[in-house]
Design a protein around this ligand. Structure first.
Ligand code: XMP
Length: 202
């Protein structure tokens, strides 16, 4: 019996889906694509020393799914950055939230992020890791890439889906800390974004 059924039909269940305008990518679409990307990565890095560097917090769920489908002895590290500070527009400034950088000297590095938007975040991360950590190579893998003119010419080698230039949530992506646990990628209702009218509760 599912969670809603167990609570009973009259229970006031905070329904995140009610805040959503449209589902862009279903959970099934995402899982199938993750499988394909993992297969390509496994082929490209066969026999190489690979470290995956996940960009927290947004890439957490994508990385967890991707990593478990790559049948190679990869290492995992994380970097923590902030550029949106809870809104829907990049602040244009990338802040590193951790003191120590990953130990990736002499290793091939695949930086995994949820979305390539303005390009500022991934450009800053790649530059910092290359400058301060001396990896053998760096590539970028993103679940989503927005079709737009970027502020930085960042190129992702592995892209799950090209999407229109609109703010999305789910599968790790948040709005004000919410919706990361949606299994799909979705666009929020305008009311939610403009006035903070969350149907799913405060
Ligand atoms: P930039 O603009 O630097 O953005 O390429 C990268 C980071 O910003 C966040 N981001 C989003 N988060 N919905 C979100 O929930 C979006 O549509 C969106 N666009 C950018 C994200 O954390 C990404 O790593």
């Amino acid at each position: 019996m599912d969670f809603k059924a167990r609570l009973g039909k009259d229970a006031a269940l905070p329904a995140m889906d009610e805040d959503i305008e449209k589902i862009l990518l279903s959970a099934g679409d995402i899982q199938r694509r993750v499988e394909e990307i993992a297969a390509r990565i496994a082929e490209d890095y066969l026999g190489k020393e690979l470290t995956i560097v996940a960009v927290l917090d947004g890439a957490l769920i994508f990385t967890a799914d991707l990593l478990r489908r790559i049948p190679l002895p990869v290492k995992l590290d994380c970097v923590s950055v902030a550029s949106y500070y809870g809104g829907t527009e990049s602040s244009g400034e990338v802040r590193f939230d951790q003191l120590s950088l990953p130990d990736i000297a002499g290793r091939h590095v695949l930086i995994v992020d949820d979305i390539l938007d303005s390009g500022l975040t991934l450009d800053a991360i790649t530059a910092k890791l290359e400058r301060e950590c001396r990896p053998l190579s760096t590539r970028i893998c993103v679940l989503l890439s927005k079709q737009k003119t970027r502020r930085k010419e960042t190129v992702a080698h592995y892209v799950g889906f090209e999407i229109a230039d609109e703010f999305v949530v789910g599968y790790g992506l948040d709005y004000q800390g919410r919706y990361r646990n949606l299994p799909h990628v979705a666009v929020l209702k305008e009311d939610v974004v403009r006035f903070g009218n969350f149907v799913s509760g405060s």
